[in-house]
Design a protein around this ligand. Sequence first.
Ligand SMILES: NC(=O)c1ccc[n+]([C@@H]2O[C@H](COP(=O)([O-])OP(=O)(O)OC[C@H]3O[C@@H](n4cnc5c(N)ncnc54)[C@H](O)[C@@H]3O)[C@@H](O)[C@H]2O)c1
Length: 202
Amino acid sequence: MPCKQYLYFTENNGDLRVMPSYSSVLKMAGTKIVNVHPDNPKKGLLTVMASILLNDPKTGMPVSIMDGSYITAMRTGAAGAVATKYLAREDAITLGVVGAGIQAVYQIAAISKVRKLKSIAVADPNEKAVKTLIKTLEKEGIEVREAKIEEVCGMDILTTTTPVRKPIIKKEWIRPGTHINAIGADAEGKEELEPDILREAK
Ligand SMILES: NC(=O)c1ccc[n+]([C@@H]2O[C@H](COP(=O)([O-])OP(=O)(O)OC[C@H]3O[C@@H](n4cnc5c(N)ncnc54)[C@H](O)[C@@H]3O)[C@@H](O)[C@H]2O)c1
């Protein structure tokens, strides 16, 4: 799996990534093409939309073209949960999430499977996104409440899923022993955490 390649559509506040991979064990090659356009929800479109193309390594023949948005959300949620399972404190019972978009839903659902959470809180200035997230997870039997960003950052596990380009998570809000999954800043120029958090992190 080579490093993903980026195209930056700076004038449109968006980018496109291409991610090829080949597994000789699975006998399959696949390429995911995925965008990130944070202004898309205002146009009634998702921020992240992916397609996956599978090719037969024997002949190179395309065998499937499929949606990749759901797989992306599931994979990213799973990555957050695996990191939490092995890196968060065993006794972590509270989860804070900054950003209430699509990835947040899957992060919460997946992390709920690796720790017995007593309290889940989310912060996002977008009221509609918060309401949608709370409703969606309610249907899965997961209770989430809205809270101020300072409170959310003080929880045992913190997950950030925003597309911001200037840090919004202040070091003074983070308690020692917090496990952080910072998943939003996944391209050049994106930054969610104050750099001192990373400097002092294990
Ligand atoms: N690390 C990975 O593998 C991975 C995978 C998928 C997406 N992402 C990244 O995750 C981010 C979110 O993706 P998404 O699909 O959930 O997008 P989304 O648009 O559905 O959700 C983003 C949410 O962040 C909120 N937000 C924006 N500024 C905020 C702020 N200052 N404080 C709190 N909330 C704020 C928005 O209101 C929105 O609800 C993007 O940056 C995307 O590139 C990373």
